[in-house]
Design a protein around this ligand. Structure first.
Ligand code: ADP
Length: 650
C-alpha cells in the first residue's frame, strides 16, 4: 500500500474553506443536502455508464445512499454505491477547486461586505462538498471507482492541506465521513447532527424526492407478541436495530402541482441545479398526445450560474423514462440558447436502453424538444405581459443568450421575436419588441433600422442617425456582441426589411422625398466631383471611398460601410478575441450643406495643393471615428493637427 501524500490547497480553495470553517451562516444543516445530492449524482452516473458498459450493470442492482451516525464518536457518514472516484478524479474534483468559476467566487467573496450571506452563492460555484467544513473539523472521504479494485482516502481538516493515500473499501462508491465539531452551547442554531430525529428532519426537508433510498439504521423498541399478535402482560420491550428509508422518493413531477409545496419545489430545484438561489419561475406541464406522452418540470434560475458560461454546451435538463433516471444535461431536449433552463423531462414512450447516439435522431425526443421550447418561449411572453419591469431584469441577465436563438434556431425565430426586447431611440428604459417598433413606424418608412455599437449613448448620439432623427424614425441600438451576429442572418421581420443605418446608401421618406433627395445629391455630386476624387486618392490608405451623404443634417462628416462590410464594433470584438483581421476600410461621407465642406470646396477650387485642405479632411475623418466611439488612428498626430489649425484660427 502506498504511503500518504500531502497536498496543499490552492489559494482560492483555502479562501473558501476558511469561510466555511468560520461560517456563522444559520442554515449549516444544508451540508447534508449537498452530500446527499453528490451521492445521488454519483448513483445517476453509475446507472448511466452501465447503459453502455455491461460490466457495470450488475453493480446497479441496489443503488442507495446510507447515513450512519455515531453520537459517541461524533461522526456522521454519507455513503453511496455509485460511480466513485479514482485517485485522479479525487484530485481533480475534491483536492483542488479546479473550476474557473471559483476564481470569480473568491473575488466576489473578498468584495462581499456581508460575509454571513456568502454561502448563498457558494453552491453556484460548485463547491458544495466544502460546506462540510461548516460543521466538521475533519472530513475523510474514501472512494472506489466502479470497475476499479483500488480505493483512495482523502482527508483534511480544511486548514491548508489534505492527504491522499491508498485505502480499502468493500465495494465501489464513496463514503464521506464528517468528524463533527463539538456543539457550541452558546449557539442557538447549533444542532446535534448525530441524532436520529435531526437527520430525519433534514432529509425530509431537503431531500425527500431523491430518487434513491436514503437508508439509516434506527433503534426501535419492539414489544414481543404472542401467536395471536397480542403483547403478553409481563412482556418487556426489546431494542432492535432496523433499516429505515428516510425519504419518500416520490417523483415530484408526478404529483399534482397543488399538492406540492413551494418549499418542496425550491429544494428540488436546488438539488438538480446546484444553484443555491431560489428559482425565478417554474414551468409544469405535460403532453398527452397520441405520438408522445411526457411530463416536464422546468425552472428558470433567478441569476445566471457560472455553468452557463463555463459549459455552454451542457444543458440543464435531466431525462427520465417512466420514473427511471437516464441522464443529466440531456442536450437533445432543449436548444442551446435556452441552456439556463433547468429541470426534468419524464417520457412514457422512450425505450429504457436508449443511448446518446440514438437520442440525436429520435422522433420522440424531437417532439419533446419542440414542445419544451414552445412552452418556455410562451412563458417568457407571459412573464413580459404580467410584469414588464420584472421581465426586464430577467432579460438583462439572459437576453443575450436567448438572442443566440435568432440565428442558431431559425425555426424558432418568429416566436423569439415575440419575446426579444431591444433598446431603441424611442423605446426608453422599457426597450421594445419588433412588433412595437413596427407599430410606431412613420408613414413612408419601409424598413426597420438599426445600428450596432459598444454603448447605447455613443450610438444614440452618432451622426449616422441625424437624418433618422430629422424624419422621426426610430432606430434600434444594438450593443450586445450577439446582435452583431444575428443581424447578419435576419433579413426581415414580417415583411419589413432590417436595414443597418451605418451601411450602404440610406434614403428616407416617401418615394417622392427619396427622388428629390437623390436629385439634390446628384447635382451636388457634380459640383463636388473633383474634390471627392482628390480626397479619395489622397486618403486611400484609410478609406475606400469619399462621397456625399444623405444621412447627415448637422455634422460635417461620418463613416459608413458597404452592405456586406463588417461593422467597427464587430471588428473590435473579433480583435479582442485574438483574431487577426485585415484592415476594413470605410467610406467617408461628407455633408454637402455643411459650411466646412463648402469651404473645403472653395479652397480646392482656388488651390488644391494647399496643405490646409488635406489636414481638414484628415481631421474630419478622425472626428468621425471619435463620434462613433472609436479612436483616431494616430492620436498624437491628430492632436497636433487640431492644435495647428486652432492656432491659425486665433
Ligand atoms: P458540485 O457537486 O456542485 O459539482 P462538489 O464540490 O460538491 O461540487 O463536488 C465536486 C465534484 O466531486 C462533483 O462534481 C463530483 O464529480 C465529485 N463528487 C463529489 N461527491 C461525490 C460522490 N459521492 N461520488 C462521486 N463523485 C463525487
Amino acid at each position: 500500500m502506498s504511503t500518504e501524500t500531502r497536498f496543499e490547497f490552492k489559494a482560492e480553495a483555502r479562501q473558501i474553506l476558511d469561510l466555511m470553517i468560520h461560517s456563522v451562516y444559520s442554515h449549516r444543516e444544508i451540508f447534508l443536502r449537498e452530500l446527499i445530492s453528490n451521492a445521488s449524482d454519483a448513483l445517476d452516473k453509475l446507472r448511466f455508464e452501465a447503459l453502455t458498459n455491461d460490466a457495470l450493470r450488475p453493480l446497479t442492482e441496489d443503488l442507495h445512499i446510507r447515513i450512519t451516525a455515531d453520537p459517541k464518536e461524533r461522526t456522521l457518514s454519507v455513503s453511496d454505491n455509485g460511480i466513485g472516484m479514482n485517485r485522479d478524479e479525487i484530485l481533480q474534483y475534491i483536492g483542488t477547486i479546479a473550476k474557473s468559476g471559483t476564481r470569480d467566487f473568491a473575488k466576489a467573496l473578498k468584495e462581499a461586505k456581508d460575509k454571513t450571506s456568502a454561502p448563498e452563492f457558494i453552491g453556484q460555484f460548485g463547491v458544495g462538498f466544502y460546506s462540510s467544513f461548516m460543521v466538521a473539523d475533519k472530513v475523510t472521504l474514501v472512494s472506489r471507482r466502479a470497475g476499479d479494485t483500488k480505493a483512495w482516502k482523502w482527508e483534511s481538516d480544511g486548514t491548508g492541506t489534505f492527504t491522499l493515500e491508498e485505502s480499502a473499501r468493500d465495494s465501489h462508491g464513496t463514503t464521506v465521513m464528517l468528524h463533527l465539531k463539538p456543539i457550541d452551547k452558546d449557539d442557538d442554531d447549533a444542532e446535534d447532527y448525530t441524532q436520529e430525529w435531526v437527520i430525519r428532519d433534514i432529509v425530509r426537508k431537503y431531500s425527500d424526492f431523491v430518487a434513491y433510498p436514503i437508508r439509516m439504521k434506527v433503534e426501535r423498541q419492539k414489544w414481543p407478541k404472542d401467536a395471536d399478535g397480542k403483547t403478553p402482560p409481563d412482556a418487556k420491550p426489546e431494542t432492535v436495530i432496523e433499516d429505515e428509508t428516510l425519504n419518500s422518493m416520490k417523483a415530484i413531477w408526478m404529483r399534482p402541482e397543488k399538492e406540492v409545496s413551494e418549499e418542496e419545489y425550491k429544494e428540488f430545484y436546488k438539488h438538480i441545479s446546484h444553484d443555491w438561489n431560489d428559482p425565478l419561475r417554474r414551468i409544469v406541464f405535460k403532453l398527452e398526445g397520441t405520438t408522445s406522452e411526457f411530463r416536464a418540470l422546468l425552472f428558470l434560475p433567478s441569476k445566471p450560474t457560472p455553468e452557463m458560461f463555463l459549459q455552454p454546451k451542457e444543458r440543464g435538463i435531466h431525462l427520465y423514462i417512466k420514473r427511471v433516471f437516464i441522464m443529466n444535461d440531456c442536450k437533445e431536449l432543449i436548444p442551446e440558447y435556452l441552456r439556463f433552463v433547468r429541470g426534468v423531462v419524464d417520457s412514457e414512450d422512450l425505450s429504457l436502453n436508449i443511448s446518446r447516439e440514438i437520442l440525436q435522431h429520435n422522433k420522440q425526443i424531437q417532439i419533446i424538444k419542440k414542445s419544451v421550447t414552445r412552452k418556455v418561449l410562451d412563458t417568457f411572453k407571459a412573464m413580459r405581459n404580467e410584469d414588464r419591469k420584472k421581465f426586464l431584469e430577467f432579460w438583462k441577465d439572459f437576453g443575450a443568450t436567448i438572442k443566440e436563438g435568432l440565428f442558431k434556431a431559425e425555426e424558432d425565430r418568429d416566436k423569439l421575436f415575440e419575446v426579444c426586447l431591444f433598446p431603441s431611440t424611442a423605446a426608453g428604459d422599457d426597450l421594445c419588441t419588433l412588433e412595437e417598433y413596427v407599430e410606431r413606424m412613420k408613414p413612408g418608412q419601409d424598413a426597420i433600422y438599426y445600428v450596432t455599437g459598444e454603448t447605447r449613448t455613443t450610438m444614440e448620439n452618432s451622426p449616422l442617425l441625424e437624418a433618422f432623427r430629422d424624419k422621426g424614425y426610430e432606430v434600434l441600438l444594438l450593443s450586445d456582441p450577439v446582435d452583431e451576429v444575428w443581424v447578419q442572418f435576419v433579413r426581415e421581420y414580417k415583411g419589413k426589411r432590417l436595414v443597418s443605418a451605418a451601411k450602404g446608401d440610406v434614403k428616407l421618406g416617401t418615394e417622392e422625398e427619396k427622388k428629390k433627395a437623390e436629385e439634390a445629391v446628384k447635382q451636388k455630386s457634380e459640383t463636388y466631383k473633383d474634390l471627392l476624387e482628390f480626397l479619395k486618392t489622397r486618403l486611400s490608405d484609410h478609406l475606400k471611398d469619399v462621397r456625399l451623404s444623405s444621412r447627415l443634417t448637422s455634422s460635417p462628416a461620418c463613416l459608413v460601410g458597404d452592405l456586406g462590410d463588417m461593422s467597427p464594433h464587430m471588428e473590435t470584438l473579433l480583435k479582442a478575441s485574438g483574431k487577426e483581421l485585415p484592415k476594413v476600410k470605410r467610406i467617408l461621407e461628407l455633408n454637402p450643406d455643411h459650411p466646412l465642406v463648402e469651404k473645403m470646396q472653395a479652397l480646392f477650387a482656388k488651390n488644391k495643393e494647399d496643405p490646409v485642405l488635406l489636414d481638414t479632411a484628415e481631421i474630419l475623418y478622425n472626428q468621425a471615428l471619435i463620434a462613433e466611439g472609436g479612436k483616431p488612428e494616430n492620436p498624437a498626430a491628430f492632436s497636433k493637427k487640431v492644435a495647428d489649425l486652432l492656432l491659425k484660427a486665433l
